[in-house]
Design a protein around this ligand. Structure first.
Ligand code: SF4
Length: 374
């Protein structure tokens, strides 16, 4: 029986939050808008939340499948502690079904198919400190589905003065939203397209809940927010769609939320679609700036669109090459040339960077993400 195989893999089952019991031993998981109704012995759509004996358990708890020290620009976050390292982890499973997933080897695996290892929240924070990371990222797969682990890591991180970051698809219910985001310092939310057709056909989910999450983040929390739109040729690269996306951001979130247009490369079920031409990202950036978004970036390519420009004097205030910060001319939160205030968290809000010399891969017995995207 598949479900027994899943359960045997887990040393100790961790009871989930955000569920209620139903008739016939079924459970209702209301952590994300899928609202799975799960029979005994079965898992939800995300693979890692299972009904065992009429209770819901999280197989993702303390079971990361990928660990890596990344530059924070890889998440991407360009206005949150630029040039720092971020301790990054992800588990198996996902609550979306994106055909273009760039981390599909873990996001599409069940927990018994990934090389998960036991790592308590306190151990995650200890590793982050040992590697000199002022922040921890919940990333690689969708962290909402292991929200219990996220929250406990956030508590442990706060005690040690370490920041926490969600790299997320934004697919979460309002019932669970504050339980998680009230503990998080920053988020990069994927806005994967701007039509329900794209979300339905290519991600097997819906657009509206993601838009609601973005509004809740901006209006109801102090989380530092940036947005990423991965542009895929022929699927979501229509300039009219990009314009609507940018106009929605300006109208609902304001002009100061940084927006990243990133390049697709053929992966998972979309092997036949070519990489995004740089010109498409240039065009998208131009459209978004015309719509009023002040900080627009191009990612996954080498481009002048990777830099942060001052909206007032036009000078480069942060110069980047790929994920590396080459020059940072922010002074006291403002442009070093004209003094115009640039929004962001430029000083560590939790104080000093923890001590540690590690770089790149995670050392010791822990496995790494092996080059996983974001
Ligand atoms: S978190 Fe997983 S089990 Fe829960 S509703 Fe979403 S897909 Fe279903």
């Amino acid at each position: 029986m598949l479900e027994m195989k899943i359960l045997r893999k887990t040393e100790e089952l961790h009871e989930a939050r955000w569920w209620s019991a139903e008739a016939d031993g079924r459970v209702h998981c209301y952590l994300c808008p899928r609202h799975c109704h799960i029979h005994p012995g079965q898992a939800g759509f995300c693979f890692i939340r299972v009904n065992e004996g009429g209770k819901l358990y999280s197989l993702g708890y303390a079971a990361p499948a990928a660990l890596q020290v990344d530059p924070i620009e890889k998440k991407p976050l360009n206005h949150f502690l630029p040039g720092t390292k971020i301790f990054s982890l992800g588990t198996a499973g996902c609550n979306m079904g994106c055909f273009f997933c760039q981390n599909w080897s873990i996001s599409k695996s069940k927990s018994d198919q990934s090389r998960a290892q036991h790592l308590s929240p306190e151990e995650v924070v200890r590793l982050a400190r040992e590697h000199g990371c002022p922040s921890i990222a919940f990333t690689y797969n969708e962290p909402t589905i292991w929200g219990e682990y996220v929250v406990d890591i956030c508590h442990a991180a706060k005690e040690q003065g370490i920041n926490t970051v969600m790299v997320t698809n934004g697919y979460i219910t309002y019932e669970a939203f504050h339980d998680i985001y009230d503990h998080v310092d920053a988020a990069n939310v994927d806005l994967k397209g701007f039509t329900e057709g794209f979300y339905g056909k290519v991600t097997l989910s819906h657009l509206q809940p993601v838009l609601e999450t973005l509004e809740h983040l901006k209006k109801e929390t102090s989380v530092w927010l940036e947005i990423t739109n991965l542009i895929i040729p022929t699927l979501n690269d229509d300039p009219a769609e990009t314009r609507k996306l940018a106009e929605w951001i300006v109208e609902h979130l304001g002009t100061e939320v940084p927006l990243h247009f990133t390049a697709f490369h053929p992966d998972f079920k979309l092997q036949k679609i070519p990489p995004t031409p740089p010109q498409t990202l240039d065009r998208a950036r131009k459209i978004a700036r015309e719509a009023g978004v002040r900080y627009v970036y191009e990612g996954n390519i080498r481009s002048e669109g990777a830099h942060t420009y001052c909206p007032k004097c036009g000078e480069v205030v942060i110069r980047r090459s790929w994920h590396e910060v080459m020059e940072n001319r922010i002074k006291d939160g403002a442009c070093g040339t004209c003094g115009f205030e640039i929004p962001g968290r430029w000083e560590n809000p939790k104080g000093k960077t923890p001590v540690g010399a590690g770089r790149g891969g995670v050392s010791g017995d822990y496995r790494t993400a092996g080059g996983a995207a974001r």
